[in-house]
Design a protein. Sequence first.
Length: 225
Amino acid sequence: MRFALLEGRRVEAKPKQRATCPGCQSEVVAKCGKNNAWHWSHKARAHCDPWWETEGEWHRNWKNRFPVDWQEIICDDSASGERHIADVKIPSGLVIEFQHSTISPDEVKSREEYYKSIIWVIDGCKNDFDRVNFSLSHSRPNEEGLAHFTWYGRSQIFKRWHTTKPVFIDFGSKHGFWRVLHFDTVNKKGIVGLVNIDKFVNAVCSGTTDFSSACSGQVILATSL
C-alpha cells in the first residue's frame, strides 16, 4: 500500500519507518528497495483486507492519475461491519478498482455488490499473448471508436471480465485502452470501444458520469490509436 498512518497522518513509506495500516490497524513496515515502488507492507496480513493485492508499477501509475486524497480510501459497511480499502474513490462515491492479478468470479461479484458504484480497470499487459492476440483480432475502430473482435486461444480475459459493471482493459500505449461493451462467451465475439485515457480520467474526476450507460457519447472517447 502507498499510505499508512503515522501519528494520525497519512504518510508514504520512507526507509526504516514503521506505521499503522488504516484498514486493520496492525503494524506495517516500509519497503524501500531499488526495483519496486516504495510501499508499506504488513508484518502479518491474516486480519487485513482480503481483496488487497500487492501493488506494482502499473497499479501505482494508474492510481497516480487521481488526487492522492482519493487513493486507498477506507469503505465501511456499518450494517455488516465489513471494511475494505478502495483503490480510488471519488467524492461522488464511485469506486475504481485497478486489477492486475486474477480473481475469481465470486470475488468480482462480492466487490461489485459491496461497492455498488464501481468501475474496473484491468491490466491487459501482464500477458504478451493477450495484447498481441487482441491487436490482431479487432477491426479498425469506426468513427465512434467502436471495434468488433473475435477472441482466439485459451485466455479467459474477456470471459472473466464479462460483467454488468463498466470494465476497461489497458493493453498499453501501443495497443490501446478499451471498454468492453459486449462479449458472447459462446462464439467468443465481442464489441469494444477505444477510450482516450486522459479524457477518461477527466470524465471520472468531474463526477458527471459513472459510465453505467453504454451510449457512445459517454463511453467512446477516442477514434484511433
